[in-house]
Design a binder for this molecule. Structure first.
Ligand SMILES: CCCCCCCCCCC/C=C/C(=O)SCCNC(=O)CCNC(=O)[C@H](O)C(C)(C)COP(=O)(O)OP(=O)(O)OC[C@H]1O[C@@H](n2cnc3c(N)ncnc32)[C@H](O)[C@@H]1OP(=O)(O)O
Length: 388
């Protein structure tokens, strides 16, 4: 975990990369003195749990408003995401008086300190808890390990952290005593695919090195799906885009709500297929149907994706969760060794081939990421000129 620059500047925010804690704004009527304000600044440095970026931005904005007044500095450029987020939050405070900002800052820190103290108490058995994830919620019950993508406000876009955490969660699930592993999304999307802000690092130079490292990350990520030993099921709770669609070809079953759509707009983004889809999709759905999706970016409805064989079964959205989980719980009662060995028999013949395809796709993409076509498409999205 690398701390972003804004967390290490001389702001009153010094810590990062712990799970988000719940924010409870205190409505204290008392006015905060300068001394209270200074105490609060010191308290922030002592917080045991990171309050999460949203709260830290709020703290930053209140601090600036309390000490400098309304924001009147120039708006940072589109690629300077962190400065822009700070600027946006400070600007949003408008003409809030300095005293009120100071009071709000003190109240906010006080609520964080009490929440940090109460969550610091050790629960019985806490030492047996699985490691925390920032971008996922991972649970295991009834023989099923559920890996839920958990960035709903970003439509579960996959940032670097999420790629790493999915790999870790799959590794853990392959070894735990569950029989089936499920990937699903929190909120209205399954996933909007690669987080396009992953590209903003390219603005900081060393682009070839970054593209090379990203290709390694992608290859390892897809490799985890190719090698996963237990039945792997996608519970597609909403629209799916990009890499969240292509990897479906490596799952053992894909259950979808009728609200979902399946979209791989690689040409629109100046990119090319990954997740072994250049191999799996033509086999699953026919070469020409795969062309429509992977080259022309045709978006499929869930029913169309089912007719093409990418989706195993579609359920009405109103009964989706209930029906799918009832079915999965029944499947999870089947003998685990038989399921694992059957998967081996079905998949092992293809494994070597899939790893070779994966390597080739990643090396093509490494070049694509450096192309004008790709950079223009990403910039259009980030500057709010384009959406899918
Ligand atoms: C060299 C660098 C390489 C990088 C690292 C490589 C790692 C491996 C790469 C693997 C290759 C993968 C390829 C793909 O997956 S291609 C697909 C990429 N995805 C997209 O192009 C989708 C972009 N998003 C959209 O078009 C729309 O957001 C969407 C249609 C999905 C939803 O529209 P809607 O209007 O309903 O919602 P919002 O746009 O308002 O979204 C809410 C907030 O979520 C943010 N968001 C959504 N999707 C993404 C995304 N993919 N990347 C970044 N951010 C995303 C959106 O900006 C909103 O944020 P704010 O509330 O802050 O505005």
């Amino acid at each position: 975990h690398g701390s972003p620059a804004w967390a290490t500047e001389r702001d009153p925010l010094q810590v990062i990369n712990f799970p988000v804690v719940q924010l409870h704004m205190s409505l204290m009527a008392m006015r905060a003195s300068q001394k209270d304000f200074e105490n609060a600044m010191n308290q922030v440095k002592l917080l045991k749990k990171d309050p999460g970026n949203e709260v830290k931005l709020k703290l930053y904005a209140l601090y600036k408003q309390a000490t400098e007044g309304p924001c009147n500095t120039p708006k940072p450029g589109v690629f300077d995401l962190i400065s822009k987020a700070k600027w946006d939050t400070w600007s949003a405070l408008g003409s809030l008086p300095k005293e009120t900002a100071r009071q709000n800052y003190v109240d906010l820190v006080s609520s964080l300190s009490s929440s940090s103290k109460s969550s610091g108490q050790v629960e019985p058995g806490a030492d047996r808890k699985p490691p925390g994830y920032e971008t996922l919620v991972v649970t295991s019950e009834d023989g099923i390990t559920k890996i839920m993508l958990n960035r709903p406000t970003k439509k579960n876009a996959m940032n670097r952290q999420m790629y790493h955490e999915i790999m870790l969660a799959l590794e853990a699930a392959s070894k735990d005593d569950s029989r089936i592993t499920v990937i699903t999304g929190n909120g209205d999307y399954y996933s909007s695919g690669n987080d396009l802000t992953n590209f903003t690092d390219m603005a900081s130079g060393k682009v070839e090195e970054l593209a090379k490292n990203s290709a390694i990350l992608l290859r390892n990520f897809v490799g985890c799906f190719i090698d996963f030993p237990k039945p792997l099921v996608a519970v597609v709770n909403g629209p799916a885009v990009g890499i969240s669609v292509t990897t479906l070809g490596l799952f053992d079953a894909v259950y979808s709500t009728d609200r979902a759509t399946f979209h791989t707009p690689f040409s629109h983004l100046g990119q090319s297929p990954e997740g072994c889809s250049s191999y799996t999709f033509p086999r699953i759905m026919s070469p020409s149907k795969a062309t429509e999706m992977l080259i022309f970016g045709k978006k499929l409805t869930a029913r169309e994706a089912c007719a093409q064989g990418l989706v195993t079964e579609v359920f009405p959205d109103s009964t989706f969760q209930k029906e799918v989980w009832t079915r999965l719980k029944a499947y999870a009662k089947l003998p685990p060794n038989a399921m694992r060995i059957s998967k081996e028999v079905i998949r092992n013949k293809e494994k070597e081939k899939l790893h070779a395809i994966n390597a080739e796709e990643c090396s093509v993409l490494q070049e694509r990421w450096l192309s004008d076509e790709c950079m223009n498409a990403v910039m259009n999205f980030l500057s709010r000129k384009a959406k899918l």
